[in-house]
Design a binder for this molecule. Structure first.
Ligand SMILES: [Zn+2]
Length: 125
């Protein structure tokens, strides 16, 4: 398997994860939707980055400014996702998954979003 195949595979996995996140999100409210939407945008950014890198390896041409901008944009989205997860953690939810930050109903043993076995932690505020 050569490098580009591997890169494509990784992009595909990232894309599948983003799609799955979008499907999971329907009944979990706006914040979860926003996270999925950001993750989906990040996947597209990764794809664009991959194409830029592909062109670079092939033709030796790369738009450094555009790539820097993309990376910055990905970082901003990742930060925003963390902010939203923090909002979810600080929301009225009785319980929060320690792994993915999702708000969990009472009497749930496994997180419905990531499968994490839940500890009995409650918000202390
Ligand atoms: Zn979880």
């Amino acid at each position: 398997m050569d490098f580009f195949d591997e890169l494509l595979d990784k992009a595909r996995v990232a894309f599948d994860v983003a799609v799955k996140a979008t499907e999971d999100v329907v009944d979990t409210g706006k914040q979860k939707f926003n996270i999925a939407s950001l993750e989906s945008k990040i996947s597209k950014d990764y794809k664009t980055l991959g194409e830029a890198f592909y062109a670079f390896k092939k033709n030796g041409e790369i738009d450094d400014a555009a790539v820097d901008e993309l990376i910055l944009s990905i970082d901003e989205k990742l930060l925003k996702i963390e902010e939203i997860k923090e909002e979810i953690r600080n929301s009225k939810a009785d319980r929060v998954c320690a792994n993915c930050g999702a708000a969990i109903e009472e009497n749930t043993i496994f997180c419905p979003f990531c499968g994490q076995k839940l500890e009995f932690t409650t918000e202390e505020e």
